[in-house]
Design a protein around this ligand. Structure first.
Ligand code: ADP
Ligand code: MG
Length: 323
């Protein structure tokens, strides 16, 4: 590397993200020293993005920086936690300064938008891999868990799942699309918007929550299993964006919404008696979420259409079987 490790850290990462008064010691010492607000618990999450595995090789550097932080902010959102600090373990094939500048700018913009400070990390050389840890806090005993759901709870999802999956397919040249719709879908993959504000508000309403990263049906299933239930999703209820429907058609759009992945939306459950208060206090049109189903006693995750169970796999609807 032409740039020394010290210069690299100093130039790109010392003032990345927000400045926070609760950072007693940040980048530059052997470890960060952080002040947690009284009455809160620490929430911690880490996720790694490997070049060519978690993002296409040659992705815009700003997107790689954005997504590496976004996936962790989404985990904070799913817990109802407020993110505060991040650490970055970066493995670089070389010190490409224009790549680094773009990468740091992408991460910094999202960090500032969520008032998150970069307080430390590690820099090594090797095949490109970006690992980010986010620390946040949540009022004592009020974190949203996957396991809090009960039979009969209403199931919701935020945003338009499936957009990011289509955006990735466009990025990879697997899905031909052009114009405004393609630009919108690619943006949804390259720059996902973690639902941090919604997650914090849901502490007052939700019984359980998970973020949707592996596909809505799979992740709703994980929440249901952790809650000791199964889940039924109404095919017609699954929200799809107009752009996605225009690009792939109505049927394939719902299939992608159920199985796509990389959405970083929230899937959450609410007790039936609390649904009215949820809808009144967090108007769905404003907060952008939709009711899609119900937790049930029978284990498993199923999609229902006109009373029939649809068999869904990542490759699409295999067949129809009558319930
Ligand atoms: P050490 O040998 O003690 O781990 P380093 O030279 O790895 O020290 O790091 C020096 C300082 O720079 C530490 O405060 C570390 O947290 C920070 N740091 C290293 N790499 C990064 C990075 N990619 N992003 C942010 N901070 C970093
Ligand atoms: Mg180190």
């Amino acid at each position: 590397m032409s740039l020394s490790e010290f210069d690299l850290i100093d130039r790109y990462f010392r003032s990345c993200g927000a400045k926070r008064s609760d950072v007693r010691v940040g980048v530059g010492d052997d470890a960060a020293i952080l002040e947690c607000p009284a009455g809160t618990q620490l929430a911690a999450a880490v996720d790694s993005l490997v070049d060519g595995v978690h993002f296409p090789h040659g992705s815009p550097a700003a997107s790689v920086g954005h997504r590496a932080l976004a996936v962790n902010l989404s985990d904070m959102a799913a817990m109802g936690a407020r993110p505060a600090w991040a650490l970055l373990a970066l493995t670089l094939p070389g010190a490409d300064e224009s790549w680094l500048a773009e990468f740091a700018a992408g991460m910094s913009a999202l960090a500032r938008a969520h008032d998150v400070a970069l307080v430390g990390g590690d820099t090594t050389s090797g095949p490109l891999c970006v690992s980010v840890q986010v620390l946040g806090h949540v009022p004592r005993s009020s974190a949203l868990l996957r396991s809090g759901g009960r039979v009969g709870d209403a199931v919701f999802v935020s945003g338009f799942p499936g957009d990011a999956g289509a955006g990735l397919a466009i990025e990879q040249g697997r899905l031909p699309a052009a114009g405004e719709d393609a630009a919108y879908l690619r943006e949804r993959f390259l720059y996902p918007a973690p639902r941090v504000a919604l997650g914090e508000c849901l502490r007052r309403h939700a019984s359980a929550c998970i973020d949707v990263s592996d596909g809505l049906l799979a992740d709703a299933g994980k929440l249901a299993r952790a809650s000791g239930c199964g889940v039924e999703i109404g095919y017609e209820e699954v929200p799809v964006s107009e752009a996605l429907e225009r690009v792939v058609g109505a049927q394939r759009a719902r299939e992608l919404a159920l199985t796509g992945g990389d959405d970083y939306e929230l899937c959450f459950t609410v007790r039936p008696a609390q649904v009215g208060r949820l809808l009144a206090e967090l108007p769905p049109q404003r907060w952008g979420y939709t009711r899609i189903g119900t937790l049930r006693e029978v284990p498993g995750a199923e999609v229902l259409r006109d009373g029939a169970v649809m068999s869904v796999s990542s490759s699409g609807y295999d067949h129809f079987s009558h319930a």
